[in-house]
Design a protein around this ligand. Structure first.
Ligand code: ZN
Length: 159
C-alpha cells in the first residue's frame, strides 16, 4: 500500500557562501547559514524525504536538489497538509526569524514568495523549533510527524 503524503520541511546548512546554478532560475548567490525547504508530497512522504536526504538520484528534478548538493543535511519534519505549502513557508520564516531566500524558489506551481527560507539560526536551534512546530501542528493521534524526523547522519556533507 502506498504511504501517505503530506507537507514537509527539510533543514539544510550551507557552511559557506556559494553561487549555485538552480535549473531555470539561473545562478543564485546563497549566503551561508540555515535553509529550510518547504515541500509537499501527494503520497510517499517518507520516500520523498529519504530521496532529499540521500541525494542518490542523478536527476536534478526540484530546485532544492541543486542546493542540497552543496549543503549539509540537518533534518526534516512532516506536517499535516491543511493550509498548504505557502502558509507553512510563511510560518517557518516567522519561527526561524528568516526570510524567503530567493523569489519563486520551489514555488513554480503557486503564487507565493517562495518555498525556501534562509535564516541566521544555528542548525541545533532550528531543529528544536522545527520539532516544536511540527508537534504543535499535528494531532497526537495522527500518527505522523515527530517520530518521522530524519536526523542528520555523521559526515553527511555532500559535494
Ligand atoms: Zn507557495
Amino acid at each position: 500500500m502506498e504511504q501517505p503524503g503530506g507537507l514537509y520541511v527539510v533543514a539544510l546548512w550551507l557552511p559557506a557562501p556559494a553561487v549555485i546554478q538552480v535549473g531555470a532560475l539561473g545562478r543564485i548567490e546563497f549566503f551561508h547559514g540555515s535553509y529550510f525547504y518547504i515541500g509537499s508530497a501527494a503520497r510517499g512522504l517518507e520516500r520523498r524525504l529519504a530521496r532529499h536526504k540521500a541525494l542518490r538520484s542523478k536527476t536534478l528534478r526540484w530546485h532544492i536538489d541543486y542546493l542540497r548538493r552543496k549543503s549539509r543535511w540537518e533534518g526534516a519534519a512532516a506536517f499535516p497538509s491543511d493550509g498548504g505549502e505557502c502558509l507553512l513557508a510563511r510560518n517557518v520564516a516567522a519561527i526561524m526569524e528568516g526570510v524567503v531566500a530567493y523569489p519563486r524558489f520551489g514555488a513554480s506551481d503557486c503564487r507565493c514568495a517562495g518555498h525556501l527560507v534562509h535564516a541566521a539560526i544555528s542548525p541545533a536551534k532550528a531543529l528544536v523549533r522545527l520539532r516544536t512546530m511540527s508537534a504543535a501542528m499535528t494531532p497526537p493521534d495522527d500518527g505522523v510527524v515527530v517520530d518521522k524526523l530524519i536526523p542528520s547522519s555523521k559526515g553527511a556533507l555532500t559535494r
